[in-house]
Ligand binder design. Structure first.
Ligand code: ZN
Length: 507
């Protein structure tokens, strides 16, 4: 647990708080060259012989968050939660749900973080994959693509294509579950309406074979071009009949019906427009809304057979359905600029809360961000006399709840007394792990109860207890043997006042 908390703190400390806008046209939508592999051929020959189930399929994932060698540039927690939420929304109609089996794996490696070639991506995955899980890597550069899926290894995702309204991750996981581009065979080619449309296309799926051992020589395959009338839909293109023909292998925009602006002609001369609502197309993200029923059947069959090792036997955690509300400070209440105490209501099922404080309502830049397992956080230094926004997002390994409504408070320079100023003696301030803290209590505090809370510098509540101050000398037993070495704030509040004492836990 200690290790986990420390990792989370590092993650927050080094996360990118604002994502740079970049032009998606500068990278390819997807680097995956689809291919009808042996499993899919067998499935398509007799779908009825494959198992079916109406249960929710819980797919375990291992997420890998890459950073540069110095730990900078890693995908932020807020962005990752947005992406997880989007992924599960996109897959909801298929009754497939993705969850994080383990903590996020943090890897510092500049070469992998911004890799230019698939061979680097393959090396990254072979070095870090966790078996029997869907492995997904979040990087700044994914070999010139928004994302790609290596059938024998995992999914790579570019930060810039993993926003709350992007569907690249959904698309790549579609590939990982054996569904193909509707335009299979057209990858790397440009459809030209002035040229006659061929009946067949050959394509090179180097690196995208089912196993890594056939990279050389380059494997070639032939795809039939799909007709508008559906006459060859079961043997042409993606071999799926409810996805329709599509020859567009570069990013394209759709009209208000979700169809391509570009009109295409099949080999017989019949005209059509591609269906941009499909996640597996290269339509812009704002066009995409769905997988087809046949695509969903294939993904579920794949999970129930060849990828059964990824499935959890039951829900690993409940899906969070409730919402949290902010308790304090709200409605422009004043809070201590040096360290504001934030509190909110708990939500059934939530194991973690992401807390953000910002000067701007869009939270593009966070002035404070923390992940906590309780319903309190103590901020770091804020700017006095500023009005701040704050919000909380509850989550667990299977679900991400919505953010709370924004709360507002004014940071004020309120002088919080030190223990000495309050007439106390709290010592020693440098503690060996597990060493008790001695309290000498002034007379006007004795005979009362006082609340003691200890926060780490990331604002997480480490310990709290209400203590009856019966004697003038008492002992505070902090479970500091379980805490990482570092600085902690002890906050004591009672009828007689509030004071703060810093203690350092050393080795
Ligand atoms: Zn793709």
């Amino acid at each position: 647990m200690k290790h986990f908390i420390l990792l989370l703190f590092l993650l927050v400390a080094f996360s990118l708080h604002s994502q740079e806008e970049f032009d998606k046209n500068s990278v390819k939508p997807c680097g995956t060259v689809s291919h009808i592999d042996a499993w899919l051929k067998k499935y398509l020959e007799s779908p009825e012989s494959f198992p079916e189930s109406s249960d929710t399929l819980w797919v375990g994932m291992q997420l890998h968050l890459l950073a540069k060698d110095d730990g900078s540039g890693r995908f932020g927690t807020a962005q990752l939660l947005d992406a997880l939420h989007r992924l599960n929304l996109d897959f909801a109609p298929s009754n497939i749900r993705f969850y994080c089996k383990n903590d996020w794996n943090q890897i510092n490696n500049t070469g992998w973080y911004q890799h230019d070639s698939l061979t680097q991506g393959i090396a990254m995955m072979f070095a870090n994959n966790v078996p029997d899980l869907l492995n997904a890597y979040f990087v700044a550069k994914a070999a010139g693509n928004c994302g790609y899926n290596l059938p024998y290894a995992g999914v790579a995702m570019m930060h810039g294509c993993t926003g709350p309204t992007d569907h690249t991750w959904t698309h790549e996981i579609g590939h990982a579950l054996s569904i193909q581009h509707p335009f299979i065979g057209w990858e790397g080619k440009t459809y030209n309406p002035n040229n006659p449309t061929p009946d067949t296309l050959t394509y090179d799926y180097t690196h995208f074979h089912s196993t890594p051992d056939t990279i050389v020589p380059s494997p070639l395959d032939t795809a039939l071009v799909e007709y508008v009338d559906g006459s060859n839909c079961g043997i042409a293109a993606d071999r799926i009949c409810d996805s329709g023909p599509d020859y567009l292998s570069q990013r394209w925009d759709c009209n208000t019906q979700g169809l391509s602006i570009v009109e295409q002609k099949d080999p017989s001369g019949a005209t059509f427009r591609s269906d941009g609502t499909l996640f597996m197309s290269y339509a812009n993200d704002n066009c995409q809304t769905r997988f087809t029923p046949q695509q969903i059947q294939i993904m579920r069959a794949r999970l129930l057979t060849a990828k059964a090792a990824w499935l959890a036997p039951a829900a690993p955690e409940p899906i969070i359905t409730g919402a949290s509300t902010l308790i304090s400070p709200i409605n422009f209440a004043q809070a201590t600029a040096a360290s504001a105490l934030l509190t909110w209501s708990s939500v059934p099922g939530a194991t973690h809360y992401l807390v953000q404080v910002s000067k701007v309502s869009g939270f593009g830049i966070s002035d404070f961000e923390a992940i906590v397992t309780d319903t309190f956080a103590l901020t770091g230094q804020l700017t006095p006399n500023w009005n701040y926004f704050w919000r909380v997002r509850p989550y667990n390994c299977v679900s991400v709840a919505p953010f709370t409504a924004n709360g507002r408070f004014t940071a004020k320079t309120v002088h919080v007394q030190s223990a000495t100023e309050a007439g106390w003696r709290v010592y020693p301030s440098l503690l060996a792990p597990g060493q008790p803290v001695l309290l000498e209590i002034p007379e006007h505090w004795t005979g009362q109860a006082a609340d003691f809370r200890v926060f780490d510098t990331g604002g997480r509540l480490m310990w709290q207890q209400t203590i009856s101050l019966e004697n003038q000398r008492q002992v505070l037993r902090l479970p500091s043997e379980n805490w990482p070495v570092g600085v902690y704030n002890v906050l004591c509040s009672g009828k007689a006042g509030v004071f703060r004492q810093t203690v350092v836990v050393s080795e």
